[in-house]
Design a protein around this ligand. Structure first.
Ligand code: GLU
Length: 445
């Protein structure tokens, strides 16, 4: 059977480093095994789901290069869920319950006080027709619970290995709320079955849903897919991350102009036994992907580490790989420019700063006017090359007696308006004599 996986976010927010790992693992697994990767938008919650978030999710996935074969929206499939509900009612697996949230809470408290697990007591199953009619006459509306078979449920988790859950220790899950809306549990199973999803790959936060969902597949006459639950993300300090934290949002990373490949590599290697290190492309991630490499401990997201990886990736990129994205910089001499500056970049956007330094105009910083004036007079005639800086700075040293940092720092500040940057040996020939002279004399150029 062809492998099919799906990434199923709710369009109630933008993607972040946490859910992008789920998307990525699904994508990598599908790519590796030659399967299909679907995007399912879990938008049954009409109030919280928006088109804007749906667009944002597509945009983030596309930016990362995680292409999907087909998009499915739960909001277009309510008839399928209604049909499943009818089937479950007919087979006696779905029963109406009337307890209010307060009543349920009270039951839980009593059970806990008696040292018992807070499992739903199935009181609603014992109601007679007359009792039900009376509750309905009082204006109570039923919510619907799935009657679990009280037996052991097992599955071979792709990440966690063999799992056993005693369904008798679980509450019968509510599938349909009193207002007729669906909880996520049932639509997900109906969709996975209709779309012939073979592997459900998702975060550990869904482990508790798996045993009830396996029983749901079976109750609907379907064969359950395989399941894999990956570790979740925590911050560098080991604390839970907030989804609202902008530093983990994919759109935030894009705005910062972090490389999409750096984000994908980082998301795909933290929390695994693979090192966080440059890869040539998504294909290399595909090749090394293996569920067995996923750690059981949480994955740590450290923004600093991501930025370091981004810088490493950039430093190794050849000019051809960035030429198109450098826009105005993609002209004659672009290769020399790129070779000179790439080692100084944290993100590609910073290349623009150096382009400006090379081509002007910049406002020079004059820290030692007499030195700069003397240096201007000693500038050799062009053509300039990689030796010019060393010949010229030696001549300035000779003439002024100034050396080391006291010599180099004022020259750098005048020529680049910055205390740090790429080697002057590379920059100077690109800046050229006219601009260098003007800057040393304190004129913007
Ligand atoms: N919409 C669910 C979520 O984002 C999907 C869970 C699943 O993959 O089954 O958590």
């Amino acid at each position: 059977m062809a492998v099919t996986v799906r990434f199923a976010p709710s369009p109630t927010g933008r993607l972040h480093a946490g859910n992008i790992r789920t998307a990525l693992f699904n994508f990598l697994f599908a790519r590796k095994i030659g399967g299909r990767f679907l995007l399912r938008l879990d938008d049954t919650d009409a109030e919280r789901s928006t088109e804007e978030f749906a667009d944002g999710i597509r945009e983030d996935l596309s930016w990362l290069g995680l292409d999907w074969a087909e998009e499915i929206r739960q909001s277009g499939r309510f008839d399928r869920y209604a049909a499943a509900v009818e089937k479950l009612k007919t087979s006696g697996r779905l029963y109406p319950a009337y307890e209010s949230p307060e009543e349920l809470e009270l039951k839980r408290k009593r059970q806990l006080a008696r040292g018992k697990p807070p499992v739903y007591d199935r009181a609603a199953l014992k109601l007679t027709d007359a009792e039900r009619a009376k509750l309905e006459a009082e204006g109570r509306k039923a919510h619907w619970r799935f009657k679990l078979e009280q037996r052991d449920v097992t599955w071979d988790d792709l990440v966690r290995g063999r799992q056993h859950v005693d369904a008798a220790s679980l509450s019968d899950p509510v599938l349909v709320r009193a207002d007729g809306t669906y909880l996520y549990t049932l639509p997900s199973v109906v969709d996975d079955n209709d779309l012939r999803v073979t592997h459900v790959i998702r975060g550990e936060d869904h482990v508790a849903n798996t045993a009830p969902q396996i029983q749901l597949f079976e109750a609907l006459g379907a064969v359950p897919p395989a399941f894999g639950h990956h570790n979740l993300l925590v911050g560098a300090d080991g604390q839970a991350l907030s989804k609202r934290d902008k530093s983990i949002s994919i759109s935030g990373m894009r705005e910062e102009e972090i490389e999409p490949l750096a984000v994908a590599i980082y998301a795909g290697t933290i929390g695994t036994s693979d090192a966080v290190a440059p890869h040539a492309g998504l294909d290399e991630l595909v090749q090394s992907f293996d569920f067995a490499k996923l750690s059981r401990a949480p994955a740590r997201f450290d923004g600093h580490e991501l930025r370091l990886l981004n810088a490493k990736l950039l430093h190794a990129l050849p000019f051809e790989a960035v030429a198109a994205r450098l826009g105005e910089m993609d002209i004659d001499g672009g290769n020399d420019f790129w070779e000179a500056v790439r080692g100084n970049l944290g993100v590609l956007a910073e290349a623009k700063l150096w382009w400006r330094v090379v081509n002007g105009p910049i406002e020079p910083v004059i820290a030692d006017a007499p030195l700069c004036q003397a240096a201007a007079k000693l500038l050799p005639p062009e053509p300039w090359d990689g030796e010019t800086w060393s010949v010229w700075s030696s001549a300035v040293k000779e003439a002024t007696g100034v050396k080391n940092k006291a010599l180099f720092q004022p020259l750098r500040l005048a020529l680049t308006a910055s205390a740090h940057g790429p080697e002057l040996k590379h920059l100077l020939p690109m800046i050229g004599r006219t601009r260098a002279k003007a800057r040393l004399e304190g004129t913007a150029a």
